[in-house]
Ligand binder design. Structure first.
Ligand SMILES: Cc1cc2nc3c(=O)[nH]c(=O)nc-3n(C[C@H](O)[C@H](O)[C@H](O)COP(=O)(O)O)c2cc1C
Length: 202
């Protein structure tokens, strides 16, 4: 049984391009790998955003488990759960709307909860090393404008570029990106991305 972790980060419930494309992806993934062979875990941070890190939570990250107080244990429990989900997944698909040239604030906060020293990365004599190994990730993004390689706006894209950096930092280096671009100008960007998903998982 392989585990697919599905992370949606659009605050929109109706009319979300990324939610629609992520649903396409999950359906195609089940057909490709066999429905009975796939277990899907949904983490909807668009509908239920994690809280921003506060002082107690950050303190809990840097306090050994057996020395944490009750407030720290409570504060760290969501982060532990989110890291457990990532650790247990064989593959992760992330729906990422572009907001102000980057990811949504809920997805950034999610990353703050899962990029954890001692859990998902460690510092070594050779620099930081990611601890999540042998996982595939798929980023499905949507953007009103166009930021493709070589385009005039490419340098303003801090979305999938940033996500790839963070995923690599925690050890996930096998990352495929599918971008629905120019969605404010019509349906073509979503249709092209949907076709890319079909081809990828044919
Ligand atoms: C608050 C907000 C900020 C946005 N910022 C950008 C942006 O910087 N660049 C861009 O190309 N599109 C931007 N958009 C358009 C979205 O990327 C686009 O609507 C996309 O479909 C959002 O994904 P969703 O439909 O899954 O929510 C923004 C939309 C919103 C609501």
């Amino acid at each position: 049984m392989s585990k697919l972790l599905v992370i949606n980060s659009s605050p929109m419930t109706d009319n979300s391009n990324t939610r629609e494309l992520v649903e396409n992806f999950v359906n195609a993934w089940k057909i490709k790998h066999g429905e009975s062979e796939v277990s899907v875990v949904q983490r909807d941070i668009g509908r239920t955003p994690p809280p921003h890190l506060d002082e107690v939570t950050i303190g809990s990250f840097y306090t050994p488990e057996d020395a944490r107080n009750d407030a720290q244990n409570q504060a760290i429990s969501l982060s532990d759960q989110l890291v457990d989900e990532l650790e247990q997944a064989d593959a992760v698909v992330i729906g990422s709307p572009m907001h102000n040239f980057s990811i949504t604030s809920s997805l950034k906060t999610y990353i703050d909860h899962v990029a954890r020293v001692g859990r998902t990365f460690n510092y070594t004599d050779n620099g930081p090393v990611g601890l999540l190994k042998d996982k595939q990730a798929f980023i499905i993004s949507a953007r009103g404008g166009r930021y493709g390689d070589g385009s005039p706006a490419a340098a303003m894209n801090h979305q999938d570029t940033y996500l790839k950096t963070v995923l690599g930092f925690i050890g996930i280096e096998d990352v495929t990106t599918i971008n629905a671009e120019g969605v404010s100008s019509g349906d073509q960007g979503v249709q092209t991305a949907a076709a890319e998903i079909d081809t990828l998982l044919a």
